[in-house]
Design a protein around this ligand. Structure first.
Ligand SMILES: Nc1ncnc2c1ncn2[C@@H]1O[C@H](COP(=O)(O)OP(=O)(O)O)[C@@H](O)[C@H]1O
Ligand SMILES: Nc1ccn([C@@H]2O[C@H](COP(=O)(O)OP(=O)(O)O)[C@@H](O)[C@H]2O)c(=O)n1
Ligand SMILES: [Mg+2]
Length: 209
């Protein structure tokens, strides 16, 4: 079952305005393994991976007028206003030929969730939720080594607070609608992916097992 993107993009580039897409939200705390597992899902199930955090970091690098604001918010572990993030997600969906998307790290608060639904009309097929204890997430973030400005203990603590206060309620919201597929994310990468596969397979299997 697909949904329709009502395009708000009236820019110079001609983009499809009514694209039917399937969306899976990939949620979980910072360092729970969202990005790692999305890479595996892309390989096995043919989705396109859109990381909200990666899109925001690319926007900073592109020299956008919002760059300084986004950069400051990421350093503080705060959630960037939905308007900015949704525009980036919409553009990425419209520019991509695929019709199946993993949206990783979004929606991260109630404002993200409600605005995305209102602007795009998209309801997720389901929400993949990586459940991981804070101590394990902290250890992973401190060892991530990707040169991220927010992978330091001060920002990590702020991000954990934002996660508890703002992101968990979004997961609860989808849980009450029966849409959450919860994964025990504390195990090694391969074992976590086995659990992920059970959620996506067999309907979506790209190649025969
Ligand atoms: N199951 C796992 N066990 C141990 N380390 C992991 C696991 N999954 C991811 N990692 C590592 O933890 C760090 C954070 O993972 P990442 O996929 O970036 O998480 P997120 O996108 O949720 O912040 C990375 O260095 C990654 O290699
Ligand atoms: N929906 C989102 C996603 C990320 N972000 C910002 O980007 C930061 C990094 O997000 P991320 O998804 O790359 O982080 P990880 O969970 O992968 O560690 C967040 O802490 C927020 O500051 C946001 O403002 N809104
Ligand atoms: Mg990530």
């Amino acid at each position: 079952m697909g949904t329709v993107v009502e395009s708000a993009n009236q820019g110079a580039v001609s983009l499809p305005t009514n694209k039917k897409v399937t969306v899976v939200f990939v949620l979980g705390g910072p360092g729970s393994g969202k990005g790692t597992q999305c890479t595996n899902i892309v390989e096995h199930f043919g989705y396109t991976h859109l990381s909200a955090g990666d899109l925001l970091r690319a926007e900073i690098k592109s020299g956008s007028e919002n760059g300084t604001m986004i950069s400051n918010m990421i350093k503080e572990g705060k959630i960037v206003p939905s308007e900015v993030t949704i525009k980036l997600l919409q553009r990425a969906i419209q520019e991509n030929g695929n019709d199946k998307f993993l949206i990783d790290g979004f929606p991260r608060n109630e404002e993200n969730r409600a605005a995305f639904e209102l602007v795009t009309g998209i309801e997720p097929e389901f929400v993949l939720f990586f459940d991981c204890p804070e101590a394990e997430m902290e250890k992973r973030l401190l060892g991530r080594n990707q040169g991220r400005e927010d992978d330091n203990i001060e920002t990590i603590r702020k991000r954990f607070n934002v996660y508890m206060e703002s992101s968990l309620p979004v997961i609860e919201y989808y849980n009450s609608k029966g849409k959450v597929r919860k994964i025990d994310a504390v195990k090694p990468v391969g074992e976590v992916f086995e659990a992920v596969k059970a959620v996506f397979a067999p309907a979506n299997e790209k190649v025969a097992a």
